[in-house]
Design a protein around this ligand. Structure first.
Ligand code: NAD
Length: 487
């Protein structure tokens, strides 16, 4: 299987190959086959991408908001028309099953473009009465924004960054993860076809050093990163050195609290979604599942039974519900945590190791894994694993579980299951997390802002809040009287 793009980068409206630079491969995680080989951008390519974005941004910022919105909505339509092709590429690049990519990746990217396309013409400033004189505010673009993506939701992340950036009149240079480089290029093609001027959305490929060069480029105004906390710290430090505006969407170890009055079947569904969807490779996953002792046995019995229904197999087969992990390093990391949980004394309820899948001897498959009797201090309960490893912890008391849920440096998301609406609100009010779900988990509609408390991030993506992070407010004071001065 091949999904080789025409060239590695997309700059100024066309595919571009870099002359030098380190080459790297996109590997299909189900088979280990190389599906594409690309070049990491050299300095000349990075500079060309930024230069073209500077020129494109001037044209785009002068385009009326109604027209900008039309381009984004057209791009959304094109993504939908090409959903199957894009989903197949996403499955090859990430290993996520087609059952998921057909509904969750390009589809959510299209919703984001449509949403911000719809907002375009509504972005207005204020008139501020100063008693005769007055002030105006207007929302202006930042200039050239850099987007840097993680590998778990490649086209969704590209759209979540590009759509709010472009609607505000910015240009974007996007660097996908070196693990999943393909669909950002397809998004660039689609945006050009939808009428975006050349240079307004460019894609350059490469590793962290390319990301860092983009962040420190003097013509870049802002960086938005989706990635791990350690990378976030590096990007924030570099951006701070150059005083660049920054949005960081980072990792988590989120709590999912299931009270004794919860609907067990729904709570089990949520725990499955919160740990095994995308083979557990989701930043907001509820990997610390706190279950009230009164329902613990019933919950674990049903969870174990239903986890047994997971279909591991050919990601291209739409009946497959769990695909391989994205890469060999990720496989090694997840397997090491599966062993660590057993060494730390957690009780293995199901899974616990690699999975062998017929016809896919080289696939990076692991078993969906549940540990019970997990203690707060165990490393499996403290560190982000980013694989299908669920930790179930016991609790009896509301105040105690809230304080344990908050006892982490992460703060991306949290969930509460209870039929008592007052308790649900009381608990979510106290949870230190950017997104809280009541009686569901991991739904991230584009209308709802998304982002982290504490080390899980800075800033928000999606919703009206997203606009704040890709625009700046200019105040204009209009004097209607004379000017007084001291001398
Ligand atoms: P990562 O931090 O290794 O890499 C993320 C991106 O940063 C890649 O494109 C990488 O090339 C780039 N990068 C690495 N070093 C850099 C540097 N010094 N300067 C600039 N760029 C650099 O993350 P990953 O392994 O690709 O993704 C998994 C992580 O992403 C997990 O921690 C997960 O929780 C997080 N994530 C967060 C969200 C969110 O919205 N909060 C969404 C998806 C994934």
């Amino acid at each position: 299987m091949r999904a080789q793009p025409k060239a590695s980068h997309f700059i100024d409206g066309r595919y571009v190959e870099s002359k030098a630079g380190q080459s790297f491969k996109s590997i299909y995680p189900a088979t280990g086959e190389t599906i594409a080989t690309l070049n990491s951008a050299d300095e000349e390519t990075i500079n060309a991408a930024v230069e073209s974005a500077v020129a494109g941004q001037k044209i785009w910022a002068a385009t009326s908001p109604v027209e900008r919105g039309r381009v984004l909505r057209k791009a959304a339509d094109l993504l939908r028309e090409r959903n199957r092709e894009l989903s197949e590429i996403e499955t090859l690049d990430t290993g996520k099953p087609l059952q998921e990519t057909l509904v969750a990746d390009a589809a959510s990217g299209a919703e984001c473009l449509e949403y911000y396309g719809g907002l375009a013409a509504t972005l207005t400033g204020e008139h501020i009465d100063l008693g005769g004189s007055f002030a105006l505010t207007k929302r202006e673009p930042l200039g050239v924004c850099v987007g840097i993506g993680a590998w778990n939701y490649p086209i969704q992340i590209a759209c979540w960054k590009a759509a709010p950036a472009l609607v505000c009149g910015n240009a974007m240079v996007f660097k996908p993860s070196e693990v999943t480089p393909l669909n950002a290029l397809k998004l660039a093609e689609v945006l050009i076809e939808a009428g975006l001027p050349a240079g307004v959305f460019n894609v350059v490929q490469g590793f962290g050093d390319v990301g860092a060069q983009l962040v420190s480029h003097p013509d870049v105004a802002k960086v938005s990163l989706t990635g791990s906390v350690p990378t976030g710290a590096k990007v924030a430090a570099l951006a701070g050195e150059h005083l660049k505006k920054t949005t960081l969407e980072l990792g988590g170890k989120s709590p999912l609290i299931i009270f004794e009055d919860a609907d067990i079947e729904n709570a089990v569904s949520a725990a499955i979604n919160a740990n095994f969807y995308s083979t557990g490779q989701i930043c907001s996953n509820g990997t610390r599942v706190f279950v009230h002792t009164a329902i613990k046995d019933a919950f674990l019995a049903r969870l174990s039974e239903r986890t047994g229904n997971a279909v591991l197999g050919d990601p291209m087969n739409e009946t497959t519900s769990v695909g391989p992990l994205v890469s060999k390093p990720q496989l090694d990391k997840v397997l090491s945590y599966m062993s660590l949980g057993q060494e730390e004394g957690a009780r293995l309820v199901c899974g616990g190791g690699a999975a062998s899948v017929p016809n896919f001897p080289d696939g990076l498959f692991v078993q969906p894994t549940v540990f019970a009797d997990v203690e707060d201090t165990m490393r499996i309960a403290c560190e982000e694993i980013f694989g299908p490893v669920m930790c179930v912890l016991d609790f009896d008391d509301e105040a105690d579980v809230v304080s344990r849920a908050n006892a982490t440096s992460f703060g991306l998301a949290a969930g509460v299951f209870t039929k008592d609406i007052q308790r649900a609100y009381r608990v979510t009010d106290q949870l230190q997390a950017g997104t809280c779900w009541i009686n569901t988990y991991n739904l991230t509609p584009v209308e709802m802002p998304f982002g982290g408390y504490k080390k899980s991030g800075i800033g928000r993506e999606n919703g009206h809040a997203g606009i704040e992070y890709y625009s700046q407010v200019k105040s204009i004071y209009v004097e209607m009287d004379g000017v007084e001065s001291a001398f």
